[in-house]
Ligand binder design. Structure first.
Ligand SMILES: CN1c2c(nc(N)[nH]c2=O)NC[C@@H]1CNc1ccc(C(=O)N[C@@H](CCC(=O)N[C@@H](CCC(=O)N[C@@H](CCC(=O)O)C(=O)O)C(=O)O)C(=O)O)cc1
Ligand SMILES: N[C@@H](CCS)C(=O)O
Ligand SMILES: [Zn+2]
Length: 763
């Protein structure tokens, strides 16, 4: 028997219905009942789409109002004290406060930390544990949704994040303690969840344990064995799901767990299938992820059928087929794309189409005659069309790539010499103030762009509206007294998509939305061919901004590693080659900005760290390529030109030497939520260049106080010589509103001025 199932479906909706409902609720435009009704309708549609594609089991519990890790915290009653939760049922507003900050009485309370979900561009809300943490089931959401799906007649498979992954992904608050100390209490609560699911008549539960693809300490491996022995439940069958990589040294451990089935990612690690066949007892279910859940390319169905048949021949037990991971990371439905070229569209497959692929594979594995159906011939045609398309291959780009080897990847002078020249040129005070690039993307900006894209606004009018925005932000920054200005990025829909739209070799979608966090989404561009830059992409905007002020305006670019990591990439060429192609395009843009008189150029590498492979043994290869790509972009500029880079959400301890090899003159980083502790790594490494540690958390509407900013900078000055410190927010301000931004920047500039008078280092 072969069964098909899905690990998770995008929850945001093909037209971002969830985003719109959430934001209306937060604005007070709809009430909680409206929100719940809208969510229910979305779930109903998602389940129906999956049922229509012929899945044997449909995931339930993958829908979330904000984040599925936060859902687990709420379900388990794991609510940090500062939210003043009374220990009863966790209501939706407490849930949103944990995600977004703000306390019950309307005062400031910091939101829970948000960080990257493995190597994806999705962010989860970090659970917080106390040494005496207790857990108590505190929401009915999961059970209600299971009931809802059962009533609609679906064959359900509830999905929960497993206890070890939940614990691993959280942080120990207060005094450092071993998180495994609270495992027993946690397992008792998980036991209750399973009992409740069993009472609802559920047969299978998918327990996601993605940490199984990481390098785990021995105690954690041991904890897996102990935990799953405790979670065994009579008739309830558990499918432990791993994804995003190979089980490697955790493989035997997983095979021995007392569970009924195991899911593996055969896209990221096809090699592990044979090992699993060798080690997994055949009375268990083997679920193989054969459709790529992290990319948008059409599956080569014929090849997948052959691979699956080979597995079937060797595997004596029950076989399940699925996407490699949850489809959360791909857009919902290709049918909404009306402006992609026919060729490119025929090469793609989004979540809905991927489930159809799964059905076709199952059908052909069971009956070879299906291979001659129209669906299979169309698939063969598309795969071959892509392989041979002139859209994909560009001889000029390949020739340029040959020249990379002859490029020097070093700046002319060492940093200590360069910085003197830059200072003569820029004449900045101590503790120079700046921002990270974007200013609020107001409704006006977005609706003007929509009108422009729909032809309601001419190119000239659009340019003039955006120039007006730039003029406004330059005036505002001058009034605030900032030292290094930015143009505010109003013309950018997104820091990656904007470049994708202008580079050759990239396609972009109209509705290819993927959730990034909460209600925020991105439309990752699709890199289908060799990349080149037909013309300058940012120079006119930057020059215009610079023409309005004597203060230096930073040219603002997204770096090659970030463009690569936040796009859907080619699967017919290695990532490093694609990254070099992008790097060459950005290098040309850097040189054009310099030629246009821009004295400071920032190249954002926000995704550099998150792109690290999940296994340490692959790090150095990745880092070498990433740093080389960054240096390709910067090494052509004069010594006087100051290069900045920016990274957010970064823990730098283990990549310090690579960060240093980037040799940016200034790096701005996220630090405010960590109380500047992230700077320890820079201090210990004796990082030689300048640093702007973020002094306020841009993910929260809370306005930082002057004393708070001064305190943070004093903490920074304990670690880094003050002449090398900059003062700036954690990240760009595009998601914030003007009133809070202006107040926050006013406080930031005041704090910097006070710091220039006297820095008293707090002991
Ligand atoms: C720094 N971050 C980024 C990441 N990844 C990226 N690719 N980009 C990033 O900036 N990863 C890590 C973090 C994640 N942070 C964010 C922060 C903010 C957003 C965000 O605000 N996303 C927007 C969508 C942005 C966009 O593409 N906007 C378009 C379309 C705007 C739109 O919705 N138009 C409306 C009509 C508007 C009107 O008429 O009033 C519509 O089409 O219906 C644009 O500006 O043109 C979001 O809304 O979620 C994402 C990640
Ligand atoms: N320059 C970008 C960086 C975000 S990581 C911005 O300010 O939004
Ligand atoms: Zn950032």
């Amino acid at each position: 028997m072969i069964r098909t199932h899905n690990l998770g479906f995008p929850r945001i909706g093909a037209q971002r219905e969830l985003k719109k409902s959430l934001e209306s609720y937060w604005q007070g435009e709809i009430d909680s009942q409206d929100l719940f009704n809208n969510g229910q309708q979305l779930r109903k549609n998602n389940w129906q789409t999956q049922a229509d594609s012929g899945l044997d089991l449909i995931p339930v519990g993958d829908f979330s109002w904000y984040d599925h890790v936060l859902d687990m915290s709420a379900l388990l009653g794991c609510i940090p004290e500062r939210f003043k939760h009374d220990g009863g049922a966790v209501d939706i507003d407490t849930y949103f406060r944990m995600a977004r900050g703000r306390s019950v009485d309307g005062g400031d309370v910091s939101a829970c930390e948000m960080t990257k979900w493995f190597d994806t561009n999705y962010h989860y809300i970090v659970p917080e544990f106390q040494p005496e943490q207790s857990f108590k089931l505190s929401t009915e959401k999961l059970f209600d949704e299971v009931n809802e799906a059962l009533q609609l007649g679906h064959r359900v498979k509830p999905v929960i994040l497993g206890p070890l992954s939940f614990l691993w992904l959280g942080k120990a608050e207060g005094e450092a303690f071993d998180k495994l100390n609270v495992l027993d209490q946690l397992l008792a609560a998980y036991g209750e969840i399973l009992n409740r699911l069993s009472d609802l008549g559920v047969e299978w539960v998918q327990i996601d344990e993605p940490i199984l693809v990481l390098d785990l300490p021995d105690q954690w491996k041991l904890a897996f064995e102990q935990a799953y022995h405790k979670l065994q439940r009579g008739d309830l069958k558990l499918l432990v799901a791993s994804y995003f990589g190979e089980l490697a040294d955790n493989l035997k451990l997983v095979c021995d767990l007392p569970v009924a089935g195991l899911h593996i990612d055969a896209i990221r690690s096809p090699e592990q299938v044979q090992q699993l066949i060798d080690w997994l007892p055949s009375y268990k279910v083997l679920s193989v992820g054969i459709i790529d859940g992290r990319n948008v390319w059409k599956n080569n169905l014929g090849a997948t059928v052959s691979v699956t048949q080979a597995i079937q021949q060797h595997w004596a037990g029950e076989l399940w087929l699925a996407p490699s991971c949850s489809l959360l990371h791909v857009p919902v439905n290709l049918a909404f794309e009306t402006s992609l070229s026919d060729d490119i569209k025929s090469w793609l497959s989004f979540a809905t189409e991927k489930l159809t692929e799964l059905r076709l594979v199952k059908a052909a594995v069971l009956d070879n005659n299906c291979l001659s159906s129209d669906e299979f011939s169309r698939n063969r045609e598309a795969i071959s069309n892509r392989e041979n398309s002139s859209l994909v291959h560009n001889k000029d780009v390949q020739r340029c790539l040959e020249n990379v080897k002859s490029l020097s990847l070093k700046r002319g002078l060492d940093f200590n010499e360069r910085i003197k020249l830059q200072q003569q040129h820029l004449r900045l005070p101590n503790f120079p103030t700046t921002t990270i690039g974007s200013f609020p993307q107001t409704t006006d900006i977005r609706s003007n762009r929509r009108r422009y894209k729909q032809g309601e606004l001419s190119q000239a009018d659009y340019q003039s509206v955006m120039q007006q925005e730039i003029a406004d932000v330059i005036a505002k920054q001058e009034a605030l007294g900032l030292d290094v200005l930015v143009h505010g990025e109003p013309e950018r829909n997104d820091m990656v998509e904007y470049f994708g739209e202008q580079l050759q070799g990239f396609a972009f979608t109209q509705n290819g939305w993927v959730q990034s966090y909460g209600s925020r989404c991105v439309k990752p561009p699709i890199i289908y061919g060799d990349v080149s830059r037909p013309q300058a992409m940012t120079v006119n905007w930057a020059s215009y901004a610079q023409s309005l002020t004597d203060k230096p305006v930073k040219g603002m670019l997204t770096g090659p590693v970030t463009i690569l990591n936040w796009s859907f990439v080619r699967d017919d060429q290695d990532r490093a080659t694609t990254c070099q192609q992008i790097a060459l395009a950005i290098r040309d843009e850097v040189l054009d900005l310099e030629k246009a008189g821009i004295r400071i150029i920032q190249i954002d590498e926000a995704a550099l760290r998150e792109g690290l492979p999940l296994r340490k043994k692959q790090w150095s290869e990745y880092l070498n390529r990433a740093i080389e790509a960054f240096c390709i972009t910067t090494s052509g500029v004069k010594n006087e030109t100051q290069i900045h880079t920016h990274m957010c959400y970064s823990n730098f301890n283990d990549i310090m030497s690579s960060v240093s090899d980037m040799d940016a003159d200034v790096i701005t980083i996220e630090t405010s939520r960590s109380d500047m502790k992230l700077l320890d790594a820079f201090e210990q490494f004796q990082y030689p260049n300048e640093i702007g540690p973020g002094v306020y958390d841009i993910h929260s509407p809370n306005v930082p106080k002057i004393e708070q900013i001064e305190y943070l900078m004093q903490q920074a000055a304990r670690r880094i010589p003050l002449e090398r410190l900059w003062v700036n927010p954690d990240c760009g301000l595009k998601t914030r509103a003007w009133p809070e931004v202006q107040q926050a920047l006013r406080n930031m500039v005041t704090a910097a001025k006070q710091l220039r008078q006297s820095v008293t280092v707090v002991e």
